[in-house]
Design a binder for this molecule. Structure first.
Ligand SMILES: Cc1ncc(COP(=O)(O)O)c(C=O)c1O
Length: 437
């Protein structure tokens, strides 16, 4: 069951409750936010995003100075978030021309942009090469395409090889990526053969190896295994090349707390354990420490996000359940339908009232499965109340759709009693902008 009261760690840093029992975010009451920006609304908390970035950058500055933290753009991507993480010294990893274009238009420096993807188009590869963006190569066919492109165009490619680590990360099947049958990455047994294809190539710089084991990971065990494995391959490849690899990228995946039953290890502990393990591996063979790249997404933005909805109606099915109908749902948050994701929520304008009633919270879309939660204890709800769903900063906005021709909500950044629009609410005209008759 989903808990009703926000819990520390689930709440953004800038959340509080005012004298009227109304939730405030960044010093602004949710009533005011909805009056100004309409409902539903994605709200992102500046203080939380900065805090999460610093958990990574400060820890690594102490324990592994040669590092780069890149934000996994797929978690939440627009110019506002990129400029904010760039201020905190982070780069970005992107997986499509659209994400790459956003990154190129942001303040993130090009050397801190990485292009991923298991099926990059020719246009995407050319775009990355033209802008000198690092490419994380997923498979041999892609490598062959890059070889042809650099030869035809006389361009230089800076690449990493994505390895399939075959490490079990205990997480949902859809968000695991490192196991043997995963669609991502190069088989370990093929690695040296691919290294030999680029070894003496004048237009290719093999920077290092990459691996990502999955998402919403709570303990360090799989990361320590990954550090050992990737160090071993880095050492082997460095021997083959006759020079030390420049970089090692261990991906993202550190989990966050959505409900009281989630218990992720704190980021500084996770990151320092991983960094020490990596250093031990390299020190043992006397290899200099390559630049350690980490690619956190969810743990940077997840708990910074709160989605605000307005209750439009309440439908009671006697003896069965009482539905609250909110003005959003699966189009702004597909995760409950996609992988049974659970969230914490509260009646934001009654944040201090006891959660004495049981509800199911359903969206407004034409799918029976459009239910944000099947059971949650909340303060007694009336039409017009505001429901705040916590932990919606990652993989909500970026996975949003226009299902039922619904305009996507606005996203605002809050902090220091100010709200800044990061993304405008779509209009009805936006929805027909590309239609032709
Ligand atoms: C290659 C890669 N890096 C980083 C991430 C970010 O993962 P998370 O948001 O769990 O930190 C992902 C997410 O799937 C990914 O595929």
């Amino acid at each position: 069951m989903v808990v009703s009261k926000p819990i520390e760690g689930i709440y953004p840093v800038g959340a509080a409750v005012d004298d009227h029992g109304v939730l405030t975010l960044g010093g602004l009451s949710v009533r005011e936010l909805i009056n100004r920006f309409d409902s539903p609304l994605y709200v992102m908390d500046d203080a939380t995003i900065r805090q999460q970035c610093r958990y990574y950058t400060r820890t690594l500055s102490e324990v592994y100075p040669n590092h780069m933290v890149v934000f996994a753009g797929k978690a939440c991507l627009n110019l506002g978030i990129l400029n904010l993480v760039a201020e905190e010294g982070l780069g970005v990893d992107v997986v499509s021309a659209g994400e790459l274009w956003t990154a190129l238009k942001s303040n993130v420096p090009i050397p801190s942009i990485l292009l991923h993807g298991n099926n990059k188009s020719l246009a995407e590869l050319e775009m990355a090469l033209n802008y000198s963006v690092r490419i994380v190569v997923d498979h041999e066919e892609e490598l062959q395409t890059i070889l042809q492109l650099v030869e035809q165009r006389g361009l230089m490619a800076r690449i990493m090889f994505r390895l399939k680590p075959e490490i079990e990360a205990h997480t949902h099947d859809f968000i695991k990526t490192g196991q043997i049958d995963s669609k991502f990455g190069i088989d370990q047994s093929d690695l040296l053969r691919l290294v030999r294809l680029v070894k003496d190539h004048p237009k290719i710089r093999l920077l290092g190896l990459h691996s990502h084991i999955g998402s919403q990971i709570f303990d360090s065990r799989p990361y320590l295994e990954l550090a050992d494995l990737m160090a071993m391959h880095t050492i082997r490849v460095s021997e083959e090349l006759g020079r030390p690899l420049d970089e090692i990228n261990l991906g993202g995946g550190i989990g966050i707390q959505y409900t009281g039953s989630d218990d992720p290890m704190p980021i500084p502990d996770m990151v320092s354990q991983l960094a020490f393990r990596l250093k031990d591996n390299f020190d043992r063979v006397g290899l200099r420490h390559p630049k350690l790249i980490l690619e956190p997404g969810r743990s940077i933005v997840g708990s910074a996000g709160v989605t605000l909805y307005t209750v439009g109606a309440i439908k009671s099915i006697p003896g069965i359940k009482t539905y609250l109908f909110v003005d959003g749902g699966m189009a702004d948050n597909i995760r409950p339908m996609l992988y049974q994701a659970q969230y914490s929520m509260c009646v934001a304008n009654k944040a201090t009232e006891p959660a004495s009633n049981q509800y199911a919270v359903a969206g407004r879309y034409c799918e029976s499965g459009d239910v944000l939660t099947h059971q949650v204890a909340l303060a007694p709800v009336e039409t017009g109340d505001i429901i705040a769903v916590f932990g919606t900063g990652a993989y909500n906005f970026t996975m949003a759709s226009n299902y039922n021709r619904s305009p996507k909500p606005a996203m605002v950044l809050v902090g220091h009693q100010k709200a800044t629009v990061w993304v405008e609410r779509e209009t009805l005209d936006d929805l027909i902008r590309l239609d032709r008759i």
